[in-house]
Design a protein. Structure first.
Length: 548
């Protein structure tokens, strides 16, 4: 299978065929002369719809960098460099590309680069080389909003009443978590849902809402969504929800809260199922088809940037460049999660790990090594969200919602968004704190999305557990995030060691901690928890509390 090539459309064909005459062309707003990428029918800056195409110089600045060691295609074997370059004419425009004809060890952010083209079938891929004139002008992109100033862009609450006050988590459930369990994903979903409903002291007949992420089967990763579960159980819900255009996997819970607050349902069953490990094994055996076809709408895939790791590594490279962050900084997160997983019998990886183990592991895509990446697994997590008045009569103390953070402030395009942190973290974090009088010092336990170690670092800084750019010092030695530290982090092992449950496992652990049911890994006196979900998608974060 060769790398996927762009799907040519009326809107993008000019870009992918421009190299036929050796010229790079970018869409231009004819009103304000801003360059617009990816192409769109409207200017995001002045919102005029008069669009044209401008020939640009092809000169740019190396603005993001990762060396891929793990993934690849027959026509593009690793290692190769995936990069983001900022155009000299408008550094707000960043192209995902490859740097070719250069020693990766000699590459550094801020270097001048220039375009060249590679024809593959009917497209001309814009690649970049180091500029012949190394003293050529460069223009690193600047933050549209400085990381410290996102709070200034949060929309104020519309009133003094919060929808969060109307619902609570009353039940949680989790199927077995494991590698390549080779069981149908619907079986995992039902196992988790049965546990959650029973944990809430309910029966399926009490469930009048269903909510999930991502919904319909995506790349073989789940059971098929609400329609499949309802078809299996015959629940007849009055309200349903599913889809990826929401606040990460935790968006299913936030949607359920809104359904309860508006009276559409009283008990909503939220669920998330992962089947990645078995799916990957079946692909190797030729029993499942790869999700990626020969043509793609992605602006990253044609350059071998086929994993979220390749995109997030660009942000990590800029964080390293700006703040002096190191691989050891990320290593303390990985070691913390492994130490916590050692106390959790449901975790996949529980063996002790040292910093030497972390640093010597094989590279995936710089700066991420094997232990910077979460563990693909099979498993399902379910949560019951109930109306507060109904929750009072159920057997276990309800876990209340204090606040959520959902506002989108930055761009959603993966390679055009925030420079130095995981996209969709800084805005949602600032929004969370605008909806509560509690502050980071009031939080007893943090369950923060760690699809990669850098996700977790971004949330720690974004939520204010340390200052922007201060993670290197805050994480040094790992004491601050240990179970007896300043902010106990990912107490069940996180996705890095427990398994990739896409954020729902973090909510499950937050509830477990607030109930005092975490056994050997319990944080004494935990009454307030923060749990985030997402990972280069629209993200969400929620603050949970117990009144007990």
């Amino acid at each position: 299978m060769t790398r996927p090539l762009p799907q040519l459309t009326a809107q993008n064909e000019f870009f992918w065929t421009s190299g036929a005459d050796g010229k790079l062309r970018i869409q231009e707003c004819l009103s304000c002369q801003s360059l617009i990428h990816p192409p769109a029918p409207v200017c995001r800056y002045c919102r005029d719809t008069r669009m044209g195409v401008r020939e640009v110089s092809g000169k740019a600045t190396l603005a993001g960098l990762t060396v891929n060691h793990r993934f690849g295609f027959p026509d593009m074997p690793p290692p190769y460099v995936v990069a983001e370059v900022a155009l000299i004419e408008d550094p707000r425009v960043r192209l995902t590309t490859n740097i070719i004809d250069a020693d990766p060890e000699e590459l550094a952010l801020g270097q001048p680069v220039e375009v060249t083209f590679q024809q593959v079938e009917d497209v001309w891929l814009p690649l970049f080389t180091l500029a012949a004139d190394r003293s050529a002008p460069t223009a690193m992109p600047t933050d549209e909003i400085p990381p410290e100033q996102f709070a200034k862009h949060v929309r104020p609450m519309l009133g003094d009443k919060k929808f969060e006050d109307h619902s609570a988590i009353t039940g949680i459930g989790m199927s077995t978590i494991g590698r390549r369990q080779m069981v149908p994903p619907l079986s995992l979903t039902i196992a988790a849902c049965e546990q959650a409903v029973a944990d809430a002291g309910l029966t399926y007949d009490d469930i009048d809402g269903l909510s999930t992420y991502p919904g319909l089967d995506v790349a073989g990763m789940g059971e098929g969504g609400v329609s499949v579960l309802e078809g299996a159980l015959g629940l007849r819900p009055t309200w349903i929800n599913g889809g990826m255009d929401t606040f990460g996997p935790g968006g299913s819970v936030i949607a359920a809260m809104m359904a309860v607050a508006t009276g559409m349902a009283r008990h909503v069953l939220c669920f998330r199922t992962l089947w990645e490990a078995t799916f990957q094994q079946l692909m190797k055996e030729g029993k499942m088809s790869p999700p990626m076809g020969a043509r793609t709408s992605s602006w990253q895939h044609p350059f071998g940037a086929i994993s979220a790791a390749h995109v997030l590594a660009q942000n990590a490279s800029r964080h390293f460049h700006r703040y002096g962050t190191t691989r050891e900084t990320l290593g303390w997160i990985a070691l913390n999660q492994r130490a916590n997983a050692a106390l959790n019998s449901t975790a996949i990886y529980r063996d002790p790990m040292t910093m030497d183990d972390y640093l010597s592991a094989r590279m995936i895509t710089t700066p991420f090594g094997l232990y910077d990446c979460d563990v693909p697994c099979d498993g399902a997590v379910a949560v019951v969200v109930s109306a507060v008045d109904a929750a009072r009569d159920l057997p276990k103390p309800p876990v209340r919602f204090e606040a959520v953070g959902t506002q989108i402030i930055e761009r959603l395009d993966w390679d055009q968004t925030t420079l130095t942190h995981e996209p969709q973290v800084l805005g949602q974090s600032a929004h969370l704190w605008s909806r509560t009088s509690l502050r980071p010092a009031d939080v007893d336990v943090a369950e923060l999305y760690d699809g990669f170690t850098f996700n977790c670092l971004s949330w720690l800084e974004g939520l204010g557990f340390c200052g922007i750019g201060e993670a290197k010092d805050f994480l040094d030695g790992g004491a601050a995030i240990a179970r007896d530290g300043i902010i106990p982090l990912n107490t069940h092992g996180g996705q890095l060691s427990h398994g990739r449950t896409h954020g729902m496992g973090l909510i499950h652990e937050a509830v477990t901690q607030l109930r005092g049911e975490a056994g050997d890994r319990q944080v004494p006196g935990a009454r307030v928890a923060v749990a985030s979900s997402g990972g280069l998608t629209p993200s969400g974060v929620m603050l949970l509390r117990t009144d007990e």
